[in-house]
Design a protein around this ligand. Structure first.
Ligand code: NAP
Length: 307
C-alpha cells in the first residue's frame, strides 16, 4: 500500500515524483508506454529555464527521474490496464499485478496522433515533429510542411512562418475544422501555401537520416508527386491517455480530465498533472509545474487525514 502512485514518467510525473519523494511519501512511479513522455521523442530543448545552452529532451527527463530517485522515488515499468477508483485505497492493475495507494497522481499525458506512415516514427526528431513551439526554431530559412486542418494546424503554420522560408499546409479535405479567424490569418499570410484534398503517402529520407521530401497524393484526382521539405510538422490532434479511467473520472468529450480546481479531479485523492488535463499549453515547463502542484495537493490531502 503506497501513500502515492504517480502514473506517467514525463515532465509532470517526474516533477510530481521529486516533490512527493522530498515530502517523504516514497512515491511509486509507473513509467508507462512512452517512457519519459513526449520529451523523450524530441531532440534539443531550448526553452526550459535553467539551460542557457539548451539540453537534449531525453537527457532532461532522465535528469528529473534521477533527481526523484535520489530522494526515494521508485520506478516500475508497466502499463495501467485497469483502475479501480470506486473506493480507497485506489487499486491499479499493472501487468497482472494489483497495486494499492492512498492517493493517485495521473500524469499519463496525451500522445500526439501520428499518420502511421512507414518512415514517420524513424524520422521523429530528425525533421518530423509534433510540436512547432519546441522545434520550429530549427527550421530557420527552411521549407516547412504542416499537416492538419484544425486550429492547431493553423496556429502552428502561422507560428512557423517566423522561421521557415515557406510553409505548406496540407489537409485531407477542402473544408477546415479550424475557426474562421485562424483560417483567415493563415490565408492572409503570404508565406503559407494551402494544399487541400491532399494526403501524405510517405516521408523521405530514412537512408539520409533526415527529412528531405514528402510524397503527396491528391485524393480527388489521384495525382501523386514529391515535394521537397525540411521540417514536417504533424498537427492532427492528441489522444489523452485516460482509457482506464473512463466512467470513473470526469472527462471531456475528447477524453481529457476535467479539472475540479488546482490539481483536483472529481474524486478526492485523485489528482491530475500535465497534458492529460491541459490541452492548451502542453509545454515541458507547464507540465512540470502541474506535477509540482499535484504532489503538494497529495501531500496536503494525506496530512489532513493524519498520515
Ligand atoms: P482537431 O480540431 O481535432 O483537428 C485535427 C485535424 O487533423 C483535423 O483537420 C483532421 O482532419 C486532421 N486529421 C486527423 N487525423 C488525420 C489523419 N489521420 N490524416 C490527416 N489528417 C488528420 O485538433 P487540434 O487542431 O489539435 O485542436 C484540438 C482542440 O484544441 C480544438 O478544440 C481546437 O479548437 C483547440 N485549439 C484551439 C486553438 C486556439 O484557439 N488558439 C489552438 C489550437 C487548438 P478532418 O478535419 O478531416 O477530420
Amino acid at each position: 500500500m503506497r501513500n502515492v502512485i504517480i502514473i506517467g514518467s514525463g515532465c509532470a510525473g517526474n516533477t510530481a515524483a521529486i516533490y512527493a519523494a522530498r515530502a517523504n511519501l516514497k512515491p511509486l512511479v509507473i513509467v508507462g508506454h512512452e517512457p519519459g513522455g513526449q520529451l523523450s521523442m524530441t531532440t534539443e530543448v531550448e526553452n526550459f529555464p535553467g539551460f542557457p545552452d539548451g539540453i537534449m529532451g531525453p537527457q532532461l527527463v532522465e535528469n528529473m527521474k534521477q533527481q526523484a530517485i535520489k530522494f526515494g522515488a521508485e520506478y516500475i515499468f508497466g502499463k495501467v490496464e485497469v483502475a479501480d477508483l470506486g473506493k480507497r485505497p485506489f487499486r491499479l492493475k499493472i501487468d497482472d499485478e494489483w497495486h494499492e495507494c492512498s492517493t493517485l497522481i495521473i500524469a499519463s499525458g496525451a500522445s500526439a496522433r501520428w499518420l502511421g506512415l512507414p518512415n514517420e516514427q524513424k524520422l521523429i526528431g530528425h525533421g518530423v515533429s509534433s510540436c512547432a513551439t519546441c522545434d520550429g526554431f530549427f527550421y530557420r530559412g527552411k521549407k516547412i510542411m504542416v499537416i492538419g486542418g484544425g486550429d492547431s494546424a493553423m496556429e502552428e503554420a502561422n507560428f512557423l512562418t517566423r522561421f521557415g522560408e515557406e510553409v505548406t499546409l496540407v489537409h485531407r479535405r477542402d473544408e477546415f475544422r479550424a475557426s474562421k479567424i485562424m483560417i483567415d490569418r493563415c490565408k492572409a499570410n503570404p508565406k503559407i501555401k494551402f494544399l487541400t484534398n491532399t494526403v501524405v503517402d510517405d516521408i523521405l529520407d530514412v537512408e539520409k537520416g533526415f527529412v528531405s521530401a514528402a510524397r503527396l497524393r491528391n485524393v480527388k484526382t489521384g495525382e501523386t508527386w514529391t515535394q521537397e521539405v525540411d521540417g514536417f510538422f504533424l498537427a492532427i490532434g492528441h489522444i489523452p491517455n485516460t482509457k482506464p479511467f473512463v466512467g470513473q473520472l470526469d472527462l471531456d468529450p475528447d477524453g481529457y480530465i476535467i479539472s475540479h480546481g488546482g490539481a483536483r479531479t472529481n474524486i478526492p485523492g485523485v489528482f491530475h498533472a500535465g497534458d492529460v488535463e491541459d490541452r492548451t499549453y502542453r509545454q515541458a515547463i507547464t507540465a512540470s509545474g502541474a506535477g509540482c502542484k499535484a504532489a503538494i495537493e497529495a501531500e496536503r490531502f494525506l496530512e489532513a487525514e493524519g498520515h
